[in-house]
Design a protein around this ligand. Structure first.
Ligand code: CA
Length: 706
């Protein structure tokens, strides 16, 4: 560490002397900060060790052992460091908490062709990992974006974990962030319904500047609350202990094992439907709102997104838990956004199952512990093929109810596919998967995804889905699970790291980490073509962490409370103070803050609108009078389209590139800026102008917006 500091000081000294004596004598506090980009020779760092040669009892540099084996002996500086049991370290001093990029020239020479090795870096004691592949050449290897804290930061390259890699140089630079508006706003389904495109448009409009709050609800028979309502066969009524009667659903007549008649459902005066429990012989209901109500009690707000699951509609047992009705209510009555996963079970042992016959829940599974052959879902004539067709039919039946009601869904089938990293030499064979849909590897998984998508779209005519794929970010092999730009609209990550996968060494308690490194890895996997969400999580990251780290996840969505796994109410999972702060921040969008016209789309993305040219003279900041040729037409191509709103955002976010004097060929022109100043015109470009263009495309306003 001392060496690193002296190195940095020496560099500053040299720079000062070379620049001018005046500069040297007026050393300001800022000069104590490390200048970036900073490249150091790894062999000069503290902790670098040499190989001890017992034959002559001397320490020899690693260049004398491995030097000629890597890139024919080429390296920069005096050699390289070999990190094995040792740790090499350096320090940098930064003016404020911010994200930095850590890139290495390194290689993993001590493996075999096709193998890779996990490497560990610690930033002020917080550990992050990345995988490096075997090679005899120096490689560009990166730990990606990490957060450095104001003041001095200790950066350690730790060999004691798994180690064994050679480092020539280390370069640290200030992190650069992508243009979030470049993520696609087009749905991968070109025939998506107007509501679906409208929702996609809205998601895109908040991505990179806000986070949408979300909360998963329980499904199936969860949160069952017993009441005193019972069926009185003498009077043939449903009655509670206070003597109130309930309307009997006469179609739901049944008899129990003892031959007693009962009815499955009855309804109270307030419309509440109750279900008979054969165990308790009373009626009760499932309290599905438990989790959103918990969120409200903890924060004073409801989430903008609610998560549902179609797992109850398995061909083996097919419980109708009424999920479609709850989703329709959430969107059409509460104005919220729906997302849904699909915990679809298969028979645990195929020999136990007869196609089309019921099979007890206990003999089914969604895990990989089944002899159900996933690849056979695509092979006609197999039981799996016929079974999966039933699964899709049941699913489509529910989704069609939603489509008929005008409800779009962020649909996340076959989630968490990769699971843990592969346990074999084949990195994408599905050996780390815990769900049946991924157990035969990335190729089968992608075929299954495409088959489901094609079937829902073409056979069932479903076009109310915003497709979302769950990815992990263990190594670059994780990217090979990506279904492709034309097959999904969003990609997402499920963050569970209160117990494992955390950077601070703890094994319990809330983890407010924003996981910016993972967020940016996913953006890298999809070349910034897709928006990136946190589809499931335990602890919600803190507002401060997300803002400082630019970890702009599209939304978050904790899993529901269930016994000890109390993801919402449990203080072991959730920091309720941080949760409330986030929920009540400007950054976080809650149910009450969603636009009322959220689903009133008229294909705003593909709409090309021509309007009468409005000419008005506006005064720019330079005092020149510039004619407006068409309000909203930021790129001056004669039409108003989404690209105009994007250009306005780009010009504001990155004026050096997209501003009036920007370096990009597509930068905004003086005329374009005048056109774009279409909300409260005359006040220059603001985010409101981009919003006004989007509102115009949704046919909500005329331009200019007064
Ligand atoms: Ca070197």
């Amino acid at each position: 560490m001392k060496k690193a500091i002296s190195f940095a000081a020496a560099a500053a000294l040299a720079l000062g002397q070379a620049a001018s004596p005046a500069f040297f004598t007026s050393v300001a506090a800022d000069d104590d900060y490390t200048q970036f980009p900073l490249t150091v020779e790894a062999e000069t760092l503290d902790g670098n060790v040499y190989m001890h040669d017992y034959s002559d009892n001397t320490d020899k540099p690693w260049t004398s052992i491995y030097g000629e084996l890597i890139s024919n002996g080429e390296y920069s500086g005096e050699g390289f460091a070999y990190v094995q049991g040792n740790t090499i370290s350096m320090a940098v001093n930064v003016p404020e908490d911010a994200m930095y990029q850590i890139d290495l020239k390194a290689t993993f020479l001590n493996g075999t062709e096709g193998s890779s090795n996990m490497e560990t870096i610690a930033i002020n004691g917080k550990e992050y990992t990345a995988y490096i592949g075997y090679s005899t050449e120096w490689q560009d290897f990166s730990f990606g974006k990490v957060r450095l804290s104001k003041g001095e930061n200790l950066i350690e390259f730790i060999g004691a974990k798994y180690g064994y890699y050679e480092i020539d140089t280390i370069t640290i630079s200030e992190a650069e962030f992508p243009d979030f508006s470049a993520a696609s706003v087009e749905t991968c389904d070109p025939d998506a319904t107007a509501e679906t495109k409208s929702l996609m448009n809205y998601l895109h409009s908040v991505y990179g500047t806000h986070i949408l709050s979300g909360q998963q609800q329980i499904y199936g028979g969860g949160n069952y609350i017993s009441t005193s309502i019972r069926y009185d066969s003498n009077s043939d009524t449903c009655v509670d202990s206070d003597g109130n009667t309930y309307e009997i659903d006469r179609d739901s007549k049944d008899t129990d094992d003892q031959g007693n008649v009962f009815y499955w459902h009855c309804t109270g005066d307030d419309g509440m439907v109750y279900t008979y429990s054969t165990q308790n012989r009373v009626y009760g209901y499932n309290y599905y709102d438990n989790d959103v109500d918990l969120v409200y009690s903890l924060t004073g707000k409801y989430p903008a997104i609610q998560g549902f699951d179609f797992g109850s509609y398995c061909p083996c047992y097919c419980w109708d838990d009424g999920v479609a009705g709850r989703m329709i209510e959430w969107t059409n009555e509460k104005g919220g956004i729906c997302t849904a996963s699909w915990h679809i079970n298969v028979p645990t042992t195929l020999a136990d199952y007869t196609l089309g016959e019921p099979l007890d829940f206990s003999k089914t599974t969604y895990s990989n512990k089944t002899d159900f052959v996933t690849a056979n879902c695509l092979v006609e004539g197999t039981v799996e093929y016929e079974y999966f067709k039933l699964c899709m039919a049941n699913l489509a039946n529910e989704l069609l109810k939603l489509q008929d009601a005008g409800v779009p869904v962020i649909f996340r089938p076959f989630h968490e596919a990769e699971g843990n990293p592969s346990t074999t030499d084949d990195p994408t064979d599905g050996s780390g998967a815990w769900f049946w849909w991924a157990k035969e590897g990335a190729d089968v998984y992608k075929q299954l995804w495409n088959y489901l998508q094609d079937t829902l779209q073409n056979e069932y005519g479903l076009h109310n889905l915003i497709w979302e794929e769950n990815l992990y970010a263990w190594s670059d092999y994780s990217a090979e699970w990506y279904v492709g730009d034309d097959r999904t609209d969003l990609v997402a990550y499920d963050k569970y790291n209160t117990q494992y996968n955390r950077h601070d060494g703890k094994t319990s308690g809330p983890n407010l980490d924003a996981e910016a490194g993972i967020f940016y890895k996913l953006i890298g996997y999809v070349d910034n073509h897709k928006m990136v969400a946190m589809a499931e999580n335990d602890s919600i990251p803190s507002l401060e962490n997300m803002l400082v780290e630019h970890a702009y996840w599209l939304y978050f969505c904790p899993w529901y409370d269930s016994g000890d796994a109390a993801f919402v109410s449990g203080e072991n999972y959730q920091d309720h103070e941080a949760m409330s702060e986030l929920y009540n921040s400007e950054f976080c969008i809650t149910l009450d803050e969603l636009p009322t016209d959220l689903f009133k789309g008229s294909s705003p993305i593909t709409t090309t609108t021509t309007t009468t040219t409005v000419t008005k003279t506006t005064t720019t900041t330079t005092g020149q009078n510039i004619n407006v040729t068409l309000y909203g037409d930021a790129n001056c191509n004669g039409t108003i389209e989404m690209a105009d709103a994007v250009l306005v955002l780009q010009a504001q976010a990155n004026p050096d590139k997209y501003g009036e004097n920007g370096t990009d060929d597509e930068h905004i022109t003086e005329e374009g800026a005048a056109n774009a100043d279409c909300s409260g015109s005359g006040d220059g470009l603001t985010a409101k102008d981009a919003l006004a263009i989007q509102k115009y495309l949704l046919k909500l306003i005329q331009l200019p917006e007064e």
